[in-house]
Design a protein around this ligand. Structure first.
Ligand code: FES
Ligand SMILES: [Fe+2]
Length: 428
């Protein structure tokens, strides 16, 4: 349970708030690179940390992220004309370059120098993998570029999609670190029904033990599921400040070797976030297009499951197309698609859940530690101390699942695979 002021602190990210300042210390995904596929293509609206921005690509291929609105009288530059080396507002013709500098005001004499005095707010926009990343903080404090392993492996080894989640970013993220929910939310009512299939493991494993180890980027979480007297199945996940998760990959109940999946829950405003869903194969692990498509489909993220603006077809306006007959006899939700179930649950709460009213149990340990780290980071920022997750120690971390002997600790057995370059600092 939190106090109201703690809940406000954690959930509000606009520019005047402490958490907003914290988020502006890190690189953030602004959009997918595939949304700006070529020079002079149409611009894309981007809402990030309650700021309304516009992403576009000029004639020379330079990526730009600027204030959405024209400095003259506020026209959305989304209706602007992307022409030679600039974006022209169609209302009175003011033109801006990729840095947001106004370079033409046709109604004023060029020698007046009027347009030189006009510059829109702008942020860097950098491509890494299929993501365009931005940094919205003070330029002199810009951290190293986001060289995540999923961004730098060859394209045939990696895949990313995104989807709108219509609730505050923190309850969306907390759903991702709550290992215990899979046994209900994504499971079936009767293990004997055909639908149970590969979900039997989760049905029979409702008492996992969750441990979280603090690190220099956030924490490493390990959930131990008892298989039998001799073996445990371990599921691991990393929390990397301020909103990243890397998770062991399970497909149809099977551990996927040499593969890690992840999410980034990026606040658009306080009541909506954009979730980026990625997966990649490491150690030369190519993931075939068919396999990626099958995984996306199983997660409820198939192409036919969303609109062109990344909203779910099954959304809160149509009650996620819940089927009460299926819920009665087959699954706990009656909602199709694993990630659609995750979204439905968090969107069914208030847009910003009231954490003064909750009752937490032992399986909520990772959730509690995550909140603690975020609040602690806000204090560190106020005191001018170094923030965790800014140094590149997490670029090569991986999350894996493994069946191990029951008499050993998972960190001892799995550390080298979780940290192949050994850079991160993990405190037991
Ligand atoms: S509002 Fe854009 S040029 Fe006038
Ligand atoms: Fe889930």
């Amino acid at each position: 349970m939190l106090r109201q002021e703690q809940n406000d602190l954690l959930t509000q990210t606009d520019s005047g708030t402490p958490m907003g300042r914290l988020f502006r210390s890190y690189w953030l995904p602004a959009l997918l690179a595939s949304e700006l596929p070529e020079n002079e293509c149409p611009p894309v609206r981007v809402k990030l940390l309650s700021e309304r921005l516009l992403a576009w690509r000029d004639s020379q291929g330079r990526y730009s992220l600027i204030d959405e609105f024209c400095a003259h009288r506020g026209t959305s530059l989304w209706v602007g004309r992307n022409e030679e080396d600039g974006l022209r507002c169609p209302y009175h013709g003011w033109k801006y370059d990729w840095t947001g500098q106004c370079i033409d005001v046709p109604s004023e004499p060029a020698e007046s120098g009027f347009c030189q005095k006009i510059k829109l707010k702008s942020y860097p926009l950098v491509k890494r993998g299929d993501v365009l990343w931005t940094y919205m903080g003070p330029p002199e404090q810009q951290p190293p570029l986001p060289e995540w392993e999923f961004c730098i492996v060859p394209p045939e080894q990696t895949y990313i999609s995104k989807r709108l989640q219509e609730c505050n970013w923190l309850q969306a993220l907390e759903g991702g670190f709550d290992d215990a929910h899979a046994s209900f939310l994504h499971s079936v009512v009767d293990p004997k029904t055909p639908r149970a299939g590969t979900r039997r493991f989760w049905i029979e494993s409702r008492n996992s033990e969750v441990e979280a180890k603090l690190t220099d980027y956030g924490y490493l979480c390990g959930a131990t599921h008892r298989l039998n007297d001799k073996e445990n199945m371990i599921w691991t996940a990393h929390f990397v400040m301020p909103f990243h998760q890397l998770r062991a990959s399970f497909v149809a109940g099977q551990i996927q070797d040499a593969m890690t999946e992840g999410h980034m829950w990026v606040p658009m405003d306080d009541e909506n976030c954009m979730v980026y869903n990625w997966m990649y194969g490491f150690a030369d692990g190519v993931i075939s297009a068919d396999k990626m498509a099958a995984i996306e489909q199983a997660r409820g993220r198939g192409e036919q499951e969303q609109t062109a603006d990344f909203r779910k077809i099954r959304n809160k306006d149509n009650d996620w197309l819940i089927d009460r007959r299926v819920q009665k006899h087959e699954t706990y939700t009656g909602i199709e698609g694993i990630n659609t179930q995750d979204h439905a649950i968090t969107e069914s709460m208030e847009p910003i859940v009231d954490r003064t009213q909750e009752h937490l149990g032992t399986t909520d340990r990772a959730v509690v530690i995550g909140r603690h780290l975020l609040i602690q980071a806000v204090h560190s920022l106020r005191q001018g101390k170094e923030l965790i997750g800014l140094r590149p120690s997490f670029y090569k971390i991986r999350a894996i699942g493994k069946v191990i002997p029951a008499d050993v600790h998972w960190l001892d057995v799995m550390k080298n695979e979780l940290y192949p370059d050994g850079n991160a600092d993990v405190r037991s």
